[in-house]
Design a protein around this ligand. Structure first.
Ligand SMILES: [Zn+2]
Length: 381
């Protein structure tokens, strides 16, 4: 008897393969993520019709903001996509307030980029700074819970910063810069989060008393959406944000600098990516490179080749820096990597409730009340 090793099956169109949780293939070998891309591409076409829709939503945002200092909020990290999104809001004549969530891991380059872009675009900034001790402990809670997405509580902090600032400043619109064309959509199992999951993780794994952290629960969303009537607009769906032209524009107009690695505007990404890849076999780049193949800015061959190279942000130096900053000893780290991987499905969450609400979530996404791709992410990946 001979043992045979088989390579994971790869989509015939992009590069998504069987290492991607929840992947399915059609008769032609094309994956469900390619089909999601095509669905969203039909919903948000980059043609005259799509542009007219963009202009009409922008007009509505302006009308809703009349008499107030700002008409929308743009979440900004100092990275390429958020900086370009802020630039686009100004190009369209909007009056944004930039909101930044500082989790203590901003790189110096990201801070400089942020400053330059805000100054040149003449946009006000509101920064929400996380308490470092709490922020570090929350990240360690997710690691102790053996979940793949260690910056989960940072995303809670971002959502909280955006909505709570919008509610306080009476701003009706939050503009998102997630792009299915340039980032793809991560599988649900890799980075699902909700308020109940976060609460459970804190209850089971937190070793300090949290005084400042504010979770985001379903009831908060109901309050913000139905009482405060805050809406979200995934503006990136309506313009072309792929390719090197965007980077060139940012460099020429704003002195924007590369952060030295894939999404390295936030330096915890070195540790986060290493942890996910080594412990879970998750390489986050696959979604983004697959998206670039679909939009034609990278060839399938180049993307497959790139995936064989270890990302530069996962160097020993960056991982050690991350561990030191998190206060994790080398021995603890080995135990963490060896512990059984867990996913959101191993903990109590709101997901079963959200599944029942899926038709409503689809409708709210299409009405620009929830982020546009929420339904696809939750129920198609
Ligand atoms: Zn595919």
């Amino acid at each position: 008897m001979t043992a045979t090793t088989t390579s994971p099956r790869v989509c015939t169109r992009c590069i998504m393969d069987e290492t991607v949780s929840g992947i399915t293939f059609d008769d032609q070998g094309v994956c469900n993520h390619c089909h999601i891309h095509d669905t969203l591409d039909r919903l948000y076409p980059l043609n005259d019709e799509g542009h007219q829709e963009l202009l009409s939503i922008v007009e509505q945002i302006k009308r809703d903001g009349r008499g107030r200092p700002y008409d929308c909020i743009v979440g900004i990290s100092g990275g390429r996509d958020t900086c370009y999104c802020l630039y686009m809001t100004k190009q369209l004549g909007l009056r944004p307030l930039a909101v930044h969530f500082d989790n203590g891991w901003d790189s110096e380059i990201a801070k400089t980029n942020l400053r330059n872009v805000l100054e040149k675009l003449d946009v006000d900034l509101h920064t929400v700074v996380a308490d470092w001790e709490e922020s570090r402990e929350l990240t360690n809670c997710t690691i102790r819970a053996s979940l793949p997405y260690i910056d989960m509580t940072d995303d809670v902090g971002i959502v909280s910063a955006l909505y709570r600032t919008a509610a306080k400043e009476k701003i009706r619109w939050i503009i998102h810069s997630h792009s299915f064309r340039s980032e793809g959509i991560n599988p649900l199992k890799w980075n699902y989060m909700d308020g109940r999951l976060v609460r459970q993780i804190i209850k089971r794994f937190c070793r300090i008393r949290l005084k400042l952290f504010r979770n985001v629960e379903l009831r908060h969303f109901f309050w913000w959406i139905f009482v405060k009537r805050i809406r979200t607009f995934t503006m990136t769906n309506y313009y072309n944000d792929v390719g090197p032209e965007i980077d060139e524009l940012l460099k020429n107009d704003f002195g924007w600098q590369e952060t030295g690695g894939w999404h390295f505007d936030n330096e915890i990404f070195g540790l986060a990516c290493y942890y996910s890849r080594v412990k879970f076999g998750i390489d986050w780049r696959i979604c983004e490179f697959a998206a670039w193949v679909r939009t034609g800015v990278m060839t399938r061959e180049d993307a497959l080749q790139k995936m064989t190279e270890t990302p530069e942000i996962e160097s020993q130096e960056y991982v050690d820096y991350g561990l030191k900053k998190q206060g994790i000893s080398p021995e603890e780290w080995q135990e963490i990597l060896a512990a059984e991987p867990k996913y959101f499905t191993d903990y109590p969450t709101y997901y079963p409730v959200l599944k029942l609400l899926s038709p409503l979530i689809r409708l709210l996404g299409r009405l620009q009340i929830l982020p546009a791709h929420t339904y696809e992410k939750f129920f198609k990946t």
